[in-house]
Design a protein around this ligand. Structure first.
Ligand SMILES: NC(=O)c1ccc[n+]([C@@H]2O[C@H](COP(=O)([O-])OP(=O)(O)OC[C@H]3O[C@@H](n4cnc5c(N)ncnc54)[C@H](OP(=O)(O)O)[C@@H]3O)[C@@H](O)[C@H]2O)c1
Length: 213
């Protein structure tokens, strides 16, 4: 497959590039800052662009099979998550390329809570994280309303951090996955496996899914 990755130098982006290249895909990494190219897998094709520029989205998705986006806005500009998602959806509506968007856990339902969302659970989202969680919620709602693009939205569990590539994890739909010890977590490496699996298998078209141990 021909895969374009926005947010390529990020925690998720770098691992997705490694995973996709390992599986033989042709990967284009979109960077804003060319100096970060040295951090990437040398087999990737590096281009310069911005996910929140619709012209860049059109130009860099044309002829590709899928766009995977894992951008994160700076603190204080959380709402960029929503404008970036809007830009991706607008551009991909033109090129008719699938979007696999890395979102947040905010819009997942807390298990056994009678429908409380993660964003509204103070134990999961302390006040300091509320702005980014609300932006993730709005980002997910924007995808849900979209009719023009074949999008899929992957919500991480509560915690995602550097770790091992185990290949062993659970998939879910709209509920936060928590293990028997009360942990809701995954490594960036296994998260990347779930993303590339979805790119290849297209199991969650116009749906959200989640992944955790
Ligand atoms: N539990 C959760 O809900 C949870 C936990 C962690 C992460 N996440 C989500 O996962 C996503 C990725 O996280 P991460 O840790 O990989 O982020 P990260 O390491 O901060 O990397 C984000 C990357 O996005 C790039 N970027 C930002 N805005 C961009 C734009 N408009 N166009 C192109 N590139 C842009 C940045 O580029 P520069 O290098 O140029 O700055 C950076 O390389 C985020 O959306 C985050 O909200 C969710």
């Amino acid at each position: 497959m021909k895969v374009t990755v926005f947010g390529a130098a990020g925690n998720v982006g770098k691992r997705v590039i490694d995973e996709a290249i390992m599986r033989g895909h042709e990967v284009t990494a979109v960077l804003r800052n060319p100096s970060r190219a040295t951090e990437l897998n040398p087999a990737v094709n590096v281009v310069i662009g911005e996910a929140d520029n619709v012209n860049d989205v059109v130009r860099l998705s044309m002829g590709q099979d899928i766009v995977i986006s894992a951008t994160r806005p700076p603190q204080g500009a959380e709402n960029q998550l929503v404008t970036t998602a809007q830009s991706l959806l607008s551009g991909l509506a033109q090129t008719k390329v699938r979007l696999l968007l890395v979102g947040g856990a905010a819009s997942l339902v807390v298990p056994n809570s009678q429908g409380t969302l993660v964003v509204d659970d103070i134990n999961l989202v302390p006040l300091a994280w509320r702005d980014i969680a609300l932006a993730c919620l709005a980002q997910h709602q924007l995808c849900q309303k979209d009719k023009a693009v074949e999008w899929s939205y992957l919500s991480p569990p509560a915690m995602i951090s550097p770790g091992e590539r185990t290949g062993t994890f659970r998939l879910g739909n709209d509920e936060l996955l928590i293990d028997e010890q009360g942990n809701s977590a995954i490594s960036f490496e296994d998260f990347a496996i779930a993303l590339v699996d979805e790119a290849e298998q297209d199991n969650y078209s116009k749906k959200r899914f989640t992944v955790a141990y």
